[in-house]
Design a protein around this ligand. Sequence first.
Ligand code: OGA
Ligand code: MN
Length: 295
Amino acid sequence: MALTFRKLHRHFVGESSPIELRSVFDSDTLAAIRAGMDEYAVLVFRDQGFSDAEQLAFGERLDGRLHQGTGSRAFTKSRLGNEAISDISNLDPDGEIMQADDRRRHYTLGNRLWHTDASFVDPPGRYSMLHARVVPPVPADTEYADLRAAYDTLPAETKAELEGLRAHHSVAYSRHLLGFEFSPEEQEKVKGAVHPLVRTIPRSHRRSLYLASHASRIVDWPIPEGRLLLRDLMEHATQPEFVYRHAWRVGDLVIWDNRCTMHRARPFDDTKYRRELRRVTTLDIAEPALAAAGS
Ligand code: OGA
Ligand code: MN
């Protein structure tokens, strides 16, 4: 049966008709999912039974090469033994809920700032695929903002002003905002990256803001002026009309396009309840193999 998507928000987010992604290998279905991503930017798949290996393999089939972990690698190793599968949980290396003062927890709390994955490296993240394994009995949602719709609704003068601007993204900057400091040796491993502030998404040809709390300055601008522009744009892009809130069910796989969305985790009592999700993120690089994937 053909794959269909039901729109969950005025601007973006599609919920897929039933499908078991770990057994999807045919190029037509993979192409239909990519087309869904072009249109909706966020796709929700219910009842997925992925193991880590199956989630990794699906990520590669859908979108090519995977990120091998990013910011946290500067100071810790994953408890999962494979840096390509990110441990999005509140558990320590022994599988116990992290203590309030655990440094790894403080780093993880940075996910509660609006961001887009791996924008502080080059290549940044393209698709992130987050799978819910254990969800708390209280709301512990994730919010997404549509940066294409946010761009479209900017005044023409602002769009003209943004043309050609580039932003520097740094995880040391965004973590510092929350009081988390990398040591000088760790900072050597997270130097940041420069990306255009407005992007055109290949295939859909839609224009999008490219923003995140990691964005620390506008290249060639005085720092305060750049930060104020970034704040204004973040404020604009995260107005309720551009935001979808996802309430997780066990088995949900949510795929988002980091090139044209931001997301953030919402607070819950994370020193009390277990929350375990696993994420695979692809590299935002040209994919000749995928371009030929129709064959
Ligand atoms: C992520 C992320 C938010 C959440 O996995 O990249 O930011 O709600 N997750 O866990
Ligand atoms: Mn994230």
